[in-house]
Design a protein around this ligand. Structure first.
Ligand code: SF4
Length: 279
């Protein structure tokens, strides 16, 4: 059994909140380059250049790449041989979020649903914990902006609708979103499980690096087909027209009930932020 003081978790979460909001991943920058090479629209190309420039400034000057610094979504893979000491995991993560959003000058975006009073420190965070073998703790912080989250949906298809039904729903969803989720987007799709699991799968699928293949050849093929259909919509970068409406489509799937075909669609904007650390 390995002892880990939760202070270490607070420190890591603090760092990851700042890093995620200021340092866009190399995979996203490469996806911008690839999109630019294929884009016909001069305005679209210009916007993609500006997104790269925005990311460069954010990284160099350590400022947020977008004013919406998001809800702090935290994935924890907790090794079952780990004994956490010095306090609770939940509070340690909340404290890391508090410190990260304060020290990184990141906007606090969390409020009471009806009174709309800001909680003041970007807590609570959304924490998804998974117990895994081993004696390590892996933490991923994925700040999620409101504009793209608002465009996300969960639906329960009938089993007979199959993959064609999934494709239809996703492409229609992206069409209806238009410019709202700050395209070019990454479309996360969760298939199977239950109502809530489909949404979680969709969100988790966004953690896969852009440009990587889906290990399931059928899903890999489906991702390519859905992306092609989405990019025929003509919404383009920032909704001003062009071929680059989405940079990628990612699917995660698991078995479902014999009577169901749950589907989650989590839309992610071009500020595709997530950083991870292992303790
Ligand atoms: S959707 Fe993304 S890019 Fe647009 S405002 Fe929100 S966080 Fe920023």
């Amino acid at each position: 059994m390995r002892e880990i003081d939760v202070k270490l978790i607070t420190e890591k979460v603090r760092e990851l909140c700042i890093e995620a909001n200021t340092d866009l991943g190399e995979d996203v920058l490469q996806a911008f380059d690839q999109a630019m090479a294929k884009e016909d629209s001069p305005v679209g190309i210009e916007i993609l250049k500006e997104l790269k420039e925005n990311a460069r400034i954010a990284g160099e000057e350590k400022v947020a790449m977008c004013q919406d610094t998001g809800f702090a979504v935290v994935f924890v893979e907790l090794g079952q041989e780990v004994h956490l000491v010095g306090g609770g995991l939940r509070e340690a993560i909340f404290e890391g979020v508090r410190q990260g959003y304060r020290d990184g000058y990141l906007r606090k975006s969390v409020c009471h649903p009806f009174k709309r009073v800001n909680t003041g420190d970007n807590t609570p965070a959304i924490i998804h914990t998974e117990i895994v073998p081993g004696e390590k703790v892996k933490i991923t912080v994925a700040p999620k902006g409101g504009g793209s989250e608002n465009m996300s949906r969960v639906t329960m298809l009938t089993p007979s609708e199959g993959m064609e039904g999934v494709k239809r729903f996703v492409v229609q969803r992206v069409k209806e979103c238009g410019s709202n989720p700050c395209p070019p987007t990454i479309v996360g799709i969760g298939i199977g499980g239950t109502f809530e699991q489909a949404a979680l799968l969709a969100k988790k699928s966004l953690l896969r690096p852009l440009g990587s293949k889906n290990p399931d050849p059928d899903l890999n093929q489906a991702e390519a087909e859905i992306l092609t259909e989405i990019n025929k919509l003509g919404i383009g970068p920032q909704g001003l027209g062009g071929r680059t409406t989405s940079l990628a489509v990612h699917i995660l799937m698991m078995p479902c009930h014999i009577a169901s075909l749950p589907l989650g669609v989590n839309i992610q904007c071009h500020a595709q932020r997530h950083k991870e650390a292992t303790i």
